[in-house]
Design a binder for this molecule. Structure first.
Ligand code: NAD
Length: 249
């Protein structure tokens, strides 16, 4: 039972943070979930948590910067659960920081592979399967930095704006095929992605959010689950902020 009963989903970067919260939330509402992460044991620990709670999920290791690995997660959903209806293209990393002239070219390329090209690979392999299943929905994780700039994070800003653009272009071409595609734009969320930050930088980030704290992964997951659900039946091609007021300033 649950609003996703009978649906199957792929979640990339599902081993931690926002992806984990969405994988757990989908399974709690009845979806069969393929949990991708770089390391099998990280994905498997989320699958174990889902299974212990009575849900259905399977782990797969893969690098979303590699198209073969993105395809493998889609194939896994079809093999295990017979079809694919939902996808959350979410895996991402923080990027090289600094002036354009100081950013290492290889670091730039790697960031674009993981944070942008991965979303194209996801759409490329997921959409035909979702259409074949009779329709469904995709959510891609962008960021507030897919809406605004940041002087020190040029590659990340570029990738996250690209995610928003791909989302719109794909949404237009799949709207009549029964697939809704949206992007979510979180403010700074208290996940392991930020765990390395020194306290003064962390406090500086908090002060940029009118709500006065960082967000929780579950607060982003609520929005993603809504967008993946039939309740969002008239929502496609749009950008959805969940940022504690960050971009209202
Ligand atoms: P996280 O580090 O907690 O989780 C990301 C997961 O993705 C990790 O388990 C990691 O192992 C996995 N991953 C990293 N590279 C991968 C790859 N190449 N292939 C497969 N898996 C990979 O981070 P999070 O905060 O949950 O971030 C999830 C997404 O949200 C990212 O796209 C990030 O850019 C975005 N985001 C995060 C924040 C934030 O403040 N935390 C804000 C806005 C957007």
């Amino acid at each position: 039972s649950g609003q996703f009963a009978g649906k199957s989903a792929v979640v990339t970067g599902g081993g931690s943070g926002i992806g984990k919260a969405v994988a757990v939330g989908l399974a709690a509402e009845g979806a069969n979930v393929v949990v991708n992460d770089l390391k099998l044991e990280v994905a498997q620990s989320v699958v174990d948590e889902i299974t212990a709670a009575g849900g259905t999920a399977v782990a797969i290791a893969g690098d979303v910067g590699n198209p073969d690995d993105v395809k493998a997660a889609v194939d896994k959903a079809v093999e295990e659960y017979g079809a694919l209806h939902l996808a959350f293209n979410n895996a991402g990393i923080g990027g090289p920081q600094g002036l354009a002239e100081d950013i290492d070219i290889e670091g730039y390329r790697q960031l674009m592979d993981v944070n942008l090209h991965s979303v194209f690979y996801g759409l490329h392999f997921q959409l035909p399967q979702i259409v074949a299943a009779g329709g469904g929905a995709v959510v891609n994780t962008s960021s507030i930095l897919g809406v605004t700039g940041d002087a020190n994070a040029l590659p990340y800003v570029a990738a996250k704006h690209g995610v928003a653009g791909m989302t719109k272009a794909a949404a237009l071409s799949y709207a009549e095929k029964g697939v809704r595609i949206n992007s979510v734009h979180p403010g700074y969320i208290d996940t392991p992605l930020l765990s390395g930050l020194p306290k003064d930088l962390y406090d500086g980030l908090v002060s940029k959010h009118p709500i006065g704290r960082l967000g929780q992964a579950e607060e982003v997951a609520e929005l993603v689950l809504f967008l993946l659900s039939d309740k969002a039946s008239y929502i496609t091609g749009s950008q959805h902020l969940v940022d504690g007021g960050y971009t209202a300033q």
